[in-house]
Design a protein around this ligand. Structure first.
Ligand SMILES: [Zn+2]
Length: 389
């Protein structure tokens, strides 16, 4: 791997940079036992970017102590290009790793370590690409964005969208796509539906209100809605071309000879681009509420998490065209969700494209192929040239 010393000779080489990021645990998780601060990773990036001439801002994520976003800006102007990545990783299964997940280990032409491909590896490569324009007068700014909690709540991206930061024209999120441009993904919703009735002796149904029977009706309604949505919405860009609704788990009641007093269902919905999450929730509620009313059950319907909206950037967008040209691949759709909807909400033309494969993400022995390094830097430099110089 070539490493031009350039004007920022003080920077470590690519491998040392990534080794340092990998050595700093920054797991994000809904489970407090796993959850870490991402401060060390953010400070490390700031330490590298500041001497390069970037104007570095570290922003708190409201309501998430110890979590930060970083916005580093080189140059000035209203437009500009954002290279964005998340600083956190998922938890890991120690027993199943062949080497220490926090020690960057090279073998078989790969760098192993937790976060190598998803997606700490993107930062040293973006920095390497940026080195070329250090000291150069940019027409539009180059912004390196590092976010918190992408793997858990997406609260870092949410906070940025609320704060209206960063301002720019284009954004590339360096999630592992094998350097193929991605311009759409489905959304993710996880919902809780609960009926509470009243228990009573099973010999006389009038003694209680059966939550499980209510749920039986609700399930029928949900499956009918799914059929409607799948008939109405199809997108041939996706491997699964229709929106999905998965009944994930159900719990209710306690004994065969008691009227079931409570029943709770958790389900997952994956809307296609063009489907609005609030509208979907309302449609569900409109079907479920009459069931609850008819059976005098109390109803709780709420999201298990805030959800990720579906994302789509138009096939003829300038950034899509530019990335297709630089990579030689047509932009496509993926099955995983990203922070793209929030960057898009900020008015940025957004695309997902980065080194490494999603097949290695969230896996023991996560790695980044060394063969991805040079092409990544080349592509990012091409984008910087087109959108900043
Ligand atoms: Zn990721």
């Amino acid at each position: 791997m070539s490493n031009s010393a350039g004007t920022t000779g003080a920077l470590p080489d690519l491998k040392s940079m990534l080794a340092r990021l990998i050595a700093q645990p920054s797991i994000s998780s809904a489970s407090p036992k796993w959850d870490h601060s991402n401060e060390a990773v953010i400070r490390t990036l700031a330490d590298w970017l500041e001497p390069m001439g970037f104007d570095v801002e570290i922003l708190d994520v409201p309501g998430a102590p110890g979590k930060y976003n970083l916005v580093a800006t080189l140059g000035q102007g209203p437009g500009g290009l954002v290279l964005s990545g998340h600083t956190d990783t998922v938890p890991f299964d120690d027993q199943r790793w062949q080497s220490d997940p926090f020690t960057l280990t090279e073998r078989d032409g790969r760098w192993y370590g937790l976060g190598t491909c998803d997606m700490k590896g993107f930062f040293p490569l973006a920095i390497e690409a940026a080195r070329e324009v250090v000291g150069v007068q940019l027409r539009q700014p180059l912004i390196i964005l590092a976010t918190a909690d992408e793997e858990s709540s997406m609260n870092g991206a949410r906070a940025l969208a609320e704060a209206g930061r960063p301002k720019a024209r284009y954004a590339v999120i360096g999630e592992p796509t094998g350097l193929r441009p991605v311009r759409m993904h489905k959304g993710i919703m996880m919902e809780r539906l609960r009926f509470d009735g009243q228990s009573g002796h099973s010999s006389n149904p009038s003694l209680g209100r059966n939550a499980l029977e209510g749920m039986h009706e609700a399930l029928t309604e949900l499956l009918a809605l799914r059929e409607q949505w799948q008939a109405k919405y199809q997108n041939p860009n996706f491997e699964v071309q229709v929106p999905t609704l998965n009944l994930g788990c159900i719990h209710g009641g306690d004994n065969p000879n008691r009227i079931c007093a409570d029943c709770e269902l958790h389900f997952d919905l994956r809307p296609l681009p063009g489907m609005d999450m609030d509208t979907l929730r309302q449609a569900i509620l409109d079907r479920i509420r009459p069931v609850a009313e008819r059976r005098s059950l109390s109803l709780l319907f709420e999201p298990l998490f805030d959800g990720v909206p579906p994302f789509e950037t138009s096939a003829d967008a300038e950034l899509v065209r530019a990335c297709e040209k630089l990579t030689g691949h047509t932009a496509h759709a993926v099955a995983f969700a990203t922070e793209a909807p929030w960057l898009q909400k900020l008015g940025l033309e957004t695309l997902v494209m980065g080194p490494g494969s999603i097949d290695q993400a969230h896996q023991p022995d996560e790695y980044l192929e060394l063969s991805q390094l040079d092409p990544t830097v080349r592509i990012l430099r091409g984008l910087i040239k087109q959108f900043c110089l």
